[in-house]
Design a protein around this ligand. Structure first.
Ligand code: UDP
Length: 480
């Protein structure tokens, strides 16, 4: 076949767990649904961890047109790459990765070894410099924002929020004030529900500027991919479309991949993890011994950092609730000494199980799990929605403040405990979720799980949008 007549997509994620997870799922869907060549450009750091902790190479080896490539993220190996230091990653990617990315594409090194030239870049929306590189080299660029559409829309409205005086924050800002300038979400978002980067008194703040500018620049891309589905974020999507008509809503990607791959092969693909930490599977045997819907699963994701006080308040609250719990507590995610009170050790021995990193998708599917205490990361939120699990939300940063508000006030499939962290509240909310308001939350959660399933089955909105994306990518041939 003439290589120049084939399409070749370069997928370029922001190199942290949540972003890598969903962009890998997109890569696999493209490979599964077409003969398009796909190169996944991962950071060296993230890739080394994937090689160490997963069988991903084996899994992708069944796709002859798939390739992994790596690039430096510019940070030293011992940098923690946690949420509180994410601006370091923004800075190093800008200084180190960006010029290397440009060089990699312009030198043609990605088309060697029998691969056609790159005909489309699908870059993480936070790295919008990919649009400039694409324009310069005449390669169409589609951006993929891996967080919620509602968060994207809130960022998009920031210029209006500045105009109206809601931002920047000042000593007198009323965090409970309902915002009038996020069109379509007027009666939903309060100042405290804006993405964490907006919690600034300084408009020249590096983190704030990076995310706002990246969002506004999205209009210059050839399209936008979102890991969501139409029924989930209708209002925000209707607003985004007014500015970015070529929108591909193809989520929830993990369920979409599961639906397409298992329907064609009869296998369960979630066994192939893309974890950057070693999964402790012993928790699955522990779950097997627990009664139906009796366990609260607790996880704050890959980027959250807890103070020792927050950690202990959560732990006391969960133990005091008397409910069984499985807690995935990432190594080095708690700051401070590790002197644990005896009553917590005893309470955990009786009712709990702790691991460093869990096979989360499998955990959430397990029949013993009845609720999720989460930091409201977008992947975790979608994974919980798909399994019809109600949530207690304690957002840490980025889009999580918006996502937790959607859970508490729009979808009503759980409670939002943002900006509080004390054992009494934790205990009360765990009891509400697992017992007192269980029926009410379960009803809303089941309704949403059904809508999610519908979106990723044939003729569903996300299913059709993925087909359209594949067709569009096939049409993008090299413009010589
Ligand atoms: N995850 C996991 N095991 C854990 C904790 C998290 O497999 O113990 C996965 C989880 O299923 C999700 C991802 O890591 O896909 C975390 O992404 P999310 O967007 O929820 O949060 P982030 O880590 O980006 O804050």
């Amino acid at each position: 076949m003439d290589q120049r007549s084939s399409s070749h997509v370069l997928i370029f994620p922001f190199p942290v767990q949540g972003h890598v997870n969903c962009m890998l799922r997109l890569a696999e869907l493209l490979c599964h649904e077409s003969s398009i060549h796909v190169t996944f450009l991962n950071s060296e750091f993230a890739h080394q961890r994937l090689l160490r902790y997963t069988d991903l190479h084996l899994r992708f080896s069944s796709y002859p047109n798939f390739y992994f490539r790596t690039i430096s993220d510019g940070l030293p190996a011992d940098h923690p790459r946690t949420g509180d230091r994410v601006v370091d990653l923004f800075n190093s990617i800008n200084a180190v990765t960006k010029p290397r990315f440009r060089e990699m594409l312009s030198s043609g090194s990605l088309q060697s070894s029998g691969r056609p030239p790159v005909t489309c870049i699908i870059a993480d929306g936070i790295m919008c410099f990919a649009i400039d590189v694409g324009n310069e080299l005449r390669i169409p660029t589609i951006l993929f924002r891996t967080f919620s559409a509602s968060c994207f829309w809130a960022f998009f409205c920031v210029p209006k929020l500045i105009e109206s005086g809601d931002l920047p924050l000042n000593g007198e800002s009323d965090m409970d004030k309902l915002l009038e300038n996020v069109e379509g979400m007027e009666n939903v978002l309060r100042l405290r529900d804006l993405p964490s980067f907006c919690r600034t008194t300084d408009l020249s703040d590096r983190g704030f500027l990076s995310v706002i500018l990246a969002t506004l620049r999205t209009t210059r891309a050839n399209g936008l991919i979102l890991n969501t589905f139409e029924d989930l974020e209708e209002s925000a999507l209707a607003q985004i479309r007014k500015h970015i008509p070529n929108l591909y809503t193809i989520g929830p990607l993990h369920a979409h991949l599961r639906a397409r791959v298992s329907s064609s092969r009869g296998e369960l693909p979630w066994r192939s993890s893309s974890s950057l930490w070693e999964e402790d599977r012993s928790c699955m045997a522990w779950l097997d011994e627990q009664p139906l819907k009796s366990v609260v699963y607790v996880s704050f994701g890959s980027m959250t950092v807890l103070t020792r006080n927050q950690f202990l308040e959560f732990w006391h609250g969960i133990v005091n609730s008397g409910k069984a719990f499985l807690w995935a507590i990432r190594p080095n995610s708690v700051i401070g000494d590790d002197n644990i009170p005896a009553e917590l050790i005893e309470g955990t021995r009786k009712k709990g199980y702790m691991v460093g990193w869990a096979p989360q998708e499998e955990v959430l599917v397990h029949p013993a799990v009845g609720g999720f205490l989460t930091h409201s990361g977008w992947n975790s939120t979608l994974e919980s929605i798909c399994e019809g699990l109600p949530m207690i939300c304690w957002p840490f940063y980025a889009d999580q403040q918006v996502n937790s508000r959607l859970v508490g006030a729009v979808w009503k499939n759980g409670v939002d405990m943002k900006d509080t962290c004390d054992r009494i509240t934790v205990e009360k909310m765990v009891k509400e979720l697992m017992e007192v308001r269980r029926d009410e939350f379960t009803k809303c959660s089941n309704r949403m799980a059904k809508l999610a399933r519908k979106a990723v089955t044939q003729h569903g909105s996300s299913y059709s949008n993925l087909d359209r994306l594949v067709e569009d990518l096939k049409k993008m041939k090299l413009q010589l």
